[in-house]
Design a protein around this ligand. Structure first.
Ligand code: IVH
Length: 679
């Protein structure tokens, strides 16, 4: 059948466009568009080619796996090609996959090994007689770049492995990535040096691994997770199941994801997808989906491969965390501390699972560095944290006449001068609490759930209370009577009475909440709790100086200075006295000496498995009573892992990380010792 000329032209355009983006992404590590946009182009071409058989060509980007390696690294031929994965975007795709696996495999029910789809870059590590001899990038799938020297600098990559009946040659595959916190830090350093920040952790990982100078790679914190065996010659590798191979790799001290699991059937897959999806934002690294693999290796072999990907595996994608949209306006907000924040008003776009209409531009320098202008098409990212941000501008799509942004010299709320202290990135309104914006934000923070928790005191009411000069400081809230409240706009007698009650009830609080509610710069909830635990009373906090604040665990010089500055202002002390005078109160900590932090303060525990006598709650309560923290997952910050019967993947991870592992007896001893030290 003849191919319509428009379809042929569109396909040719798409091929060239996708090839260009492949080059930008795979060769230059400088993508111009988000993955979601790329995926759309790719899918459009796939659909076109599927609809018109005459359009299929062996040189189409749909028939191959990536781009060519850059010339400067030596080229490595992969003994076994590093393939790509087919994608699923919805439940139906997953059910179809499972049905096909069952049909082609001739089985009724299938177990799948499931794991996160790490958003980094694929590498292969080859070990000969237990020594790391080669590390390579995936490249185009059949050959990649020799980055052995660079991979050697990645701490999570074992330089040698030992174990019984180790294969002569073992090739392990996995993903190099950068943890979100390392990425944030790297970008802060980049900015401090005046270097260009990386758009996202994946680009940072790729840029760091593909450095010609391994010392630069070494200075970047890269992480690695492995997800399979590429090749094994000789020795005894578990040959029955993928899950068993992963457990074996974990025992050889390869980092494997603690999130991996084995599930049954399509329902098991979809349940896993939702489970990980719900925790996606809390994971320490970016993932763009989950990967399903038929667990039985004989079944994998029976299923085999199609051109681009194995039939036994599938990537199930989450909604993209980056999208393109348009900047409608750039407005300037005034925050609680007077900081002026430029905010991009965006054409609504669905990204990271929500519709985003605003994105912070952080500060003046940031806007200039990215050169964001009204009318620009920008890449918006919403990942991990909830605040969406503008990553970069697609300058190729900038409309004519777009003008660079300038921060106003006057506060947009009160008209006072805007100041920017030397060496600081943030410009502030100089008016302090005289500026209505700052007063309003301070009140909203004071009333917020985690602070004084005054239900019903929202933005609309705070606006009215401040604009009508009824409330200047938080202490004024406690002087409001129901009649005054009832006179406010859209406020009935009933809601006025409720709000009055809520304000009244908020008087009874905790010292930690009270300290947090004051809105002291750099004093978040955790710091407020630390301060309350350390000092025990408001009087002790008010008596402390900068040095005394620094003696609090986890309080550094910046926080100590903020505290001293805040409490050094007479009007802040007045507000505190007024609050106490209006009946705000809490139970004092039962006579703890001010300078004695709890013996296990700052010590992090992880519990796994069933303990012989203590329930999980009991163990947690006893650790916390001595100031310890019980975390949900094992990390480098974990000090002790308490393991009982049938421990989970946390145990394996603890072994891999070489952490101290305690049984119940050892835990009880440790608690007894710590408790004695306290007396
Ligand atoms: S398995 C034959 N497992 O996704 C299957 N890949 O689209 C080989 N990736 O190049 C891949 N996390 O870079 C596998 N848990 C995981 C993965 C994973 C991320 C990447 C890998 C690969 C790409 C395939």
């Amino acid at each position: 059948m003849a191919v319509p000329p428009q379809a042929a032209a569109r396909a040719a355009f798409l091929r060239a466009e996708i090839e260009r983006h492949n080059y930008l992404y795979y060769v230059l590590d400088a993508p111009e568009i988000p993955d979601a946009e790329y995926d759309r182009l790719f899918r459009e071409l796939q659909d076109l080619e599927a609809g018109h058989l005459g359009l299929q060509r062996p040189d189409s980007p749909t028939a191959r796996v990536g781009g060519a390696p850059v010339a400067a690294f030596a080229t490595v031929q992969h003994a076994v090609p590093m393939l790509s994965l087919g994608n699923a975007f919805d439940d139906a795709d997953v059910r179809n996959f499972d049905r096909r696996v069952r049909e082609l495999g001739g089985v009724d029910e299938v177990d799948y090994a499931v794991e996160p789809k790490f958003d980094g870059l694929a590498v292969s590590l080859t070990y000969a007689r237990g020594q790391l001899v080669q590390g390579a990038t995936r490249g185009d799938g059949s050959s990649g770049e020799d980055v052995t020297a660079n991979l050697r600098t990645v701490r999570a990559v074992p330089l040698s492995i030992t174990g019984p009946a180790l294969p002569e040659v073992l090739e392990v595959r996995g993903e190099v990535l950068m943890l979100r916190r390392d990425f944030e830090r790297l970008n802060q350093d980049q900015a401090a040096r005046g270097d260009k920040p990386f758009a996202n952790p994946r680009n940072a990982a790729a840029g760091s691994l593909r450095q010609l100078d391994p010392r630069i790679t070494a200075s970047r914190k890269l992480s690695f997770f492995c997800y399979g065996v590429g090749r094994a010659e000789g020795g005894a590798v578990p040959a029955d199941r993928h899950g068993a191979q992963m457990a074996w790799l974990a025992l050889l001290r390869f980092p494997v994801s603690g999130e991996r699991d084995v599930v049954r059937g399509a329902d098991g897959l979809l349940d896993y997808y939702r489970r990980i999806g719900a925790r996606r934002a809390q994971l320490p690294f970016d993932i763009d989906g989950v990967v399903y693999k038929v667990d039985r290796l004989d079944l994998q072999a029976r299923l085999g491969y199609v051109s681009r990907a194995p039939r036994f595996a599938l990537a199930h994608k989450y909604p993209p965390e980056e999208e393109l949209t348009e900047v409608l306006d750039i407005q300037v907000q005034v925050g609680r501390t007077g900081a002026l924040t430029p905010v991009a008003r965006l054409k609504p776009v669905f990204v990271g699972g929500v519709t985003v209409t605003n994105a912070t531009l952080h500060n003046e320098d940031e806007v200039h560095r990215k050169d964001v202008r009204v009318g620009d098409t920008v890449v918006v990212r919403r990942a991990g944290d909830v605040i969406p941000e503008v990553v970069s501008v697609v300058t190729a799509r900038r409309p004519g006449g777009a003008v660079p942004f300038t921060l106003p010299a006057q506060c947009p709320v009160c008209g006072s001068a805007v100041v920017r202290p030397e060496g600081e990135a943030v410009s502030r309104c100089s008016a302090g609490l005289y500026c209505a914006a700052q007063r309003k934000q301070a009140l909203l923070h004071f009333a917020s759930r985690r602070a004084m928790d005054i239900e019903g005191l929202g933005e609309r009411l705070v606006d009215q209370l401040v604009d009508a000069h009824l409330v200047r400081s938080p202490a004024d809230l406690y002087r409001l009577d129901p009649a005054t409240l009832a006179a406010l706009d859209r406020m009935g007698d009933k809601s006025a009475a409720n709000l009055h009650q809520a304000i009244h009830h908020s008087r009874r609080t905790t010292l930690a909440r009270f300290l947090f509610a004051l809105g002291i710069r750099n004093v978040g909830e955790a710091t407020a709790r630390d301060l309350a635990a350390h000092f025990g009373s408001l009087e002790a906090v008010l008596d402390a100086d900068e040095q005394a604040f620094q003696a609090v665990p986890d309080v550094g010089p910046v926080v100590a200075r903020s505290l001293a500055q805040f409490l050094g202002e007479a009007h802040n002390r007045e507000v505190i006295q007024a609050l106490v005078a209006s009946g705000v109160h809490w139970e004092e900590h039962a006579g703890r000496a001010a300078a004695a932090p709890l013996p296990l303060a700052g010590t992090s525990f992880v519990l796994t498995g069933m303990l012989p006598t203590l329930s999980r709650e009991q163990a947690k309560a006893r650790i916390e009573a001595l100031g310890g923290k019980v975390a949900g997952s094992v990390s480098a910050r974990t000090r002790y892992v308490v393991a009982g019967a049938e421990p989970g993947s946390k145990y394996e991870k603890a072994v891999v990380l070489g952490l101290r592992i305690l049984d119940e007896t050892a835990l009880l001893e440790l608690l007894a010792q710590a408790g004695e030290g306290q007396r």
